[in-house]
Design a protein around this ligand. Structure first.
Ligand SMILES: CC(C)(COP(=O)(O)OP(=O)(O)OC[C@H]1O[C@@H](n2cnc3c(N)ncnc32)[C@H](O)[C@@H]1OP(=O)(O)O)[C@@H](O)C(=O)NCCC(=O)NCCS
Length: 155
């Protein structure tokens, strides 16, 4: 894809509908946790989007847990744009912002082991992280049958 037409930026409020559409597609497939429109709007400042020719085609969000630990979440790229380097660009943008904030360690809870492994993340036992990272689990339909793995990267 031509880089000139593709860039990653902080999300704006007007992007919330697109973010909702991208994440809902995977939530329906059980690959991601569903986020309501309200939840996306409330957290819009934590989101980044990939824009290609004026269309939002991917997103991800950051969540801070301590001064040194953060999570990358809600990472998704529209199916037709997968495997073109967009996911990597989104994660790199999120990581650079986390680095600027002094965060040292970033983790993901994911089913996409191969992708995250490819971009430098290693699998780790979930128990390594503080309890508060599990606050969303109570809303998850898979609560007692969680199949996500935790992966971590030192920034
Ligand atoms: C995971 C996801 C965001 C990856 O985005 P993407 O734009 O397709 O990934 P990229 O093109 O940036 O891939 C980066 C590298 O990972 C590899 N990769 C990506 N997906 C892969 C897969 N499913 N299996 C193996 N390798 C994969 C690519 O080949 C590429 O490798 P390279 O270093 O040789 O170039 C995308 O597949 C997606 O939206 N999945 C559904 C939602 C999801 O699972 N989100 C994660 C929740 S935390």
């Amino acid at each position: 894809m031509q880089q000139a037409e593709l860039f990653v930026r902080y999300a704006r409020l007007a992007d919330s509908g697109a973010i909702s559409a991208i994440t809902a597609e995977y939530a329906r497939q059980g690959i991601m946790l569903e986020r309501s429109n309200d939840n996306i709007v409330e957290n819009i400042r934590n989101f980044f989007v990939a824009e290609y020719n004026g269309e939002v085609i991917g997103c991800c969000a950051i969540a801070f847990y301590t001064l040194k630990l953060a999570e990358i979440r809600s990472l998704a790229v529209f199916t037709r744009y997968k495997m073109k380097g967009i996911g990597r660009l989104l994660v790199e943008k999120a990581e650079s912002v986390l680095r600027e904030e002094g965060v040292r360690e970033v983790f993901v809870l994911t089913l996409s082991r191969e992708f995250f492994s490819r971009i430098g993340y290693s699998e780790i036992r979930k128990e390594y992280f503080p309890q508060k990272i599990w606050k969303d689990c109570t809303h998850c339909p898979k609560l007692m049958a969680c199949d996500e793995i935790a992966m971590v990267k030192t920034l």
